[in-house]
Design a protein around this ligand. Structure first.
Ligand code: ATP
Ligand code: MG
Length: 455
């Protein structure tokens, strides 16, 4: 039982008395800084009344307890439709923006926000902000009203129908735009950078005392968003990665001393590589950003590839884009993209050259094929599971905004939907792979790779 209702006296036994429930579970509400009314939800007429969620329900985060230790769980406000809402739907003008890199499912989220607002709540004015944050203030870009016709079929397509971009965040200009248009709901779909920007807009909204619900929907194909079970697009990415890995296996099996090398996404967290490797089960070496490896020496990568070729006649390697960065320090100044993210050197090309050079030096014939499917993976539409995740996140984003919450992101925790304060999300470390974890052990068991380090 991981849902707690403090009005029904159903506190979980693992909560010790006096634990700071309020601080963990609280999610900002507009009434804290602006006047809001209370209106009966239009869902009262159309929906199943028992579906309404009370503001007193929270979801526990830490559900693994140890008998000998007192466990205090963090908790978040449960997402879902409320019986009474803070906005009269006819007064709501909403806008939606997508920021950062592409990820399968962006269009599904946009479409579902539109239809939940329009069909379920009767909101009439919903706008699309073009090309990310800069669309709020660039004179060259046009904010346009969304219609059913415009968004009806976008979920069948990859990418983002609204457009996206990096850079261009200006808190004052964006908030000015929100005020000028009279937006009451602002839906922001994006990753860690986007959420850092969203928090600044939220703080400015509060400072100005605006009656605005600012809502995030977390997006990262890498699956490293903290706290939540899984981010949308990740499952699709793993599924698509199989096509690339299978091609690498076929190439490796078909050539003399074949080596298949696949680079997958994962700047700071190697989840796609790990899940891709575990799904495929023919991968011999999996390299992720969190686990350092050596290139040279008797336990290094090159010798391990050689050992694998001697044993099996081939070697299949999967590498995350952020793995092995310590091998590529060129002494040059780091390059950054317009959002301020460090531009990573290409580990795939680096390894391709390094492996070929090592075997050539040792006068051993190899046939290496390098596959980089990044953009082919990012741009596909979401699979069935991800589509459903997108739809549910979007619906809960709208229900939360309608209820008068602001400065939160919709997320799934322990299979339950919650509202996570953006500040908490931004202040929590991203989900990464731990070398001592059972997940990494599964990778080692599946690949049979050694530690790739001399100590
Ligand atoms: P992903 O990493 O998955 O592509 P992201 O949201 O992290 O997604 P970024 O390009 O880093 O992508 O950021 C998206 C937007 O957020 C950009 O418009 C950028 O200007 C803005 N942004 C990033 N960091 C900040 C920050 N610290 N303050 C304000 N805005 C920011
Ligand atoms: Mg990012």
């Amino acid at each position: 039982e991981i849902v707690v209702d403090d009005q029904k006296d159903s506190y979980s036994k693992i909560l010790v008395p006096g634990s700071d429930r309020e601080a963990f579970g609280s999610c900002p509400m507009i009434r804290d800084w602006a006047n809001v009314g209370e209106y009966p939800s239009p869902l009262q007429a159309t929906g199943n009344v028992s579906n309404f969620v009370s503001n007193h329900e929270t979801v526990l985060v830490d559900i693994v307890a140890h008998k000998e230790n007192e466990t205090v769980s963090r908790e978040f406000v449960r997402a879902g439709p409320r019986e009474f809402i803070a906005f009269h739907p006819k007064t709501v003008k909403a806008c939606i923006v997508t920021c950062g890199g592409l990820c399968p499912g962006l269009n599904t989220v946009v479409r579902e926000i539109f239809f939940t607002l329009e069909k379920r709540y009767g909101v009439e004015e919903i706008y699309g902000i073009p090309y990310g944050y800069k669309g709020f203030h660039s004179k060259k870009l046009q904010i346009r009203k969304l219609t059913k016709r415009l968004v009806d079929t976008i979920h069948y397509k990859g990418g983002t129908f609204l457009g996206s971009s990096r850079g261009g965040h200006d808190t004052q200009l964006i908030t000015d735009c929100i005020e000028r248009y009279g937006f009451r709901h602002v839906y922001i779909i994006g990753g860690d950078g986007t959420h850092r920007g969203a928090l600044k807009i939220y703080e400015e909204i509060r400072r100005r005392g605006l009656k605005v619900a600012l809502v995030g929907v977390p997006k990262t194909i890498d699956n490293d968003v903290p706290l939540i079970d899984k981010s949308f697009g990740f499952d699709t990415a793993v599924e698509e990665s199989q096509r690339a890995i299978r091609s690498a296996v076929v190439e490796a099996k078909s050539g003399i001393h074949g080596i298949g090398l696949v680079k997958l996404m994962g700047r700071h967290a190697g989840w796609i590589c790990v899940y891709g490797t575990l799904s495929n089960r023919d991968v011999d070496i999996c390299l992720v950003p969190e686990v350092p490896f050596e290139l040279e020496g008797p336990r290094g990568l090159y010798q391990t590839i050689h050992d694998c070729i001697k044993a099996k006649g081939r070697c299949v390697i999967v590498v995350a884009e952020g793995a092995g960065m310590d091998h590529m320090q060129t002494g040059k100044e780091v390059e950054r993209d317009p959002s301020g993210n460090v531009k990573l050197a290409d580990i795939g090309l680096f390894l391709k050259a390094g492996i070929n050079a090592w075997f050539s030096y040792n006068k051993i014939e190899v046939n290496l094929k390098y596959i980089d499917p990044t953009y082919m993976i990012r741009t596909v539409p979401p699979n069935g599971g991800d589509s459903l995740t997108c739809a549910i996140l979007a619906q809960n984003a709208v229900h939360g905004a309608m209820a008068g919450f602001s400065g939160f992101s919709a997320g799934l925790i322990n299979t339950h939907n919650v509202l996570i304060p953006i500040e908490t999300l931004n202040n929590t470390k991203p989900k990464t792979i731990h070398e001592g974890s059972r997940m990494w052990q599964r990778v080692l068991d599946s690949t049979g790779q050694p530690s790739l380090r001399s100590h």
